[in-house]
Design a protein around this ligand. Structure first.
Ligand code: ADP
Length: 251
């Protein structure tokens, strides 16, 4: 579903990703862990086309992200192509970024109506079923400011799902929450991961969650994957000394 092939990303002289290659299967839940500055968020930003690669290539669902075919040749992607690929990808951020002036229901229906061309009835039916999934049926008419951080984040998750993405990117989605609200958000994600075939790429410091929910964990250090495997193995018997040090520091 996602393929990175020898991806290089630099900011000035700072090489953030070095010949990075990996691929994920459809429906896989993949968590990226590693020290701050190791390049995890840059990977999500490249997938959202908020950044461009300096070398190598990225594919989503078999479609190159940075290039497209034109008259049989591979040429740099134009805005239309990027929009098409980006439509398959949802993202939930640390800051929930809800529209403050819209009610919860409208936050969720806006993009499906505008971008996917859904009718209001269809978008609202879908939004209501998503709100049920994230446990917020009673908040349909609330404004974001009337919700707790955990509830706002669950609306943000429902909003991302309303666009029916193939891939959902999660960037530290619980970092801005009070500790007592974290479990509710993680519970919702766990439920979605086990009941849909969405591919997840998740950056988190919640190691217990990563261990419970991931099919696969990739440990990053200085823009490289130094260990990639099943969470049970990686968390209990890491192969790499650097992984062991990192886990000792955060667990
Ligand atoms: P992580 O998510 O693992 O903490 P990041 O992907 O955020 O790491 O950052 C990796 C490196 O890229 C860091 O050294 C960071 O300073 C640098 N970096 C990220 N974004 C930018 C940017 N827009 N401009 C310059 N440097 C950046």
């Amino acid at each position: 579903m996602i393929r990175f092939d020898r991806v290089v990303k630099r900011f000035g002289d700072n090489v953030v990703l070095r010949d990075l290659s990996f691929s994920t299967e459809a429906g896989e839940f993949v968590t990226l862990i590693g020290p701050s500055g190791s390049g995890k968020t840059t990977i999500l930003r490249l997938l959202m086309t908020l950044e461009r690669v300096n070398g190598g290539m990225i594919e989503v669902g078999g479609e190159p992200l940075s290039h497209m075919k034109k008259n049989g040749k591979l040429v740099p992607a134009d805005e239309k192509h990027l929009r098409k690929v980006r439509r398959r990808i949802g993202m939930v951020f640390q800051q929930f970024n809800l529209f403050p002036n819209m009610k919860v229901l409208q936050n969720i229906t806006e993009a499906p109506m505008r971008v996917l061309g859904k009718s209001r009835d269809e978008a609202e039916d879908k939004a209501r079923s998503l709100l049920e999934m994230v446990g917020l049926t009673d908040k349909v008419d609330a404004h974001p400011s009337q919700l707790s951080g955990g509830q706002q984040q669950r609306v943000a998750i429902a909003r991302a799902l309303a666009m029916e993405p193939d891939v959902l990117l999660l960037d530290e989605v619980t970092s801005a929450l009070d500790p007592e609200l974290v479990a509710g958000v993680l519970g919702v994600l766990r439920e979605i991961a086990s009941t849909t075939d969405i591919t997840f790429l998740c950056v988190t410091h919640e190691m217990q969650f990563a261990r419970d929910v991931s099919d696969r964990v990739m440990m990053f250090d200085s823009g490289r994957i130094i260990e990639d495997g099943h969470p049970e193995k990686l968390f209990t018997d890491p192969s790499h000394a650097r992984t062991r040090e990192f886990l000792q520091a955060v667990l």
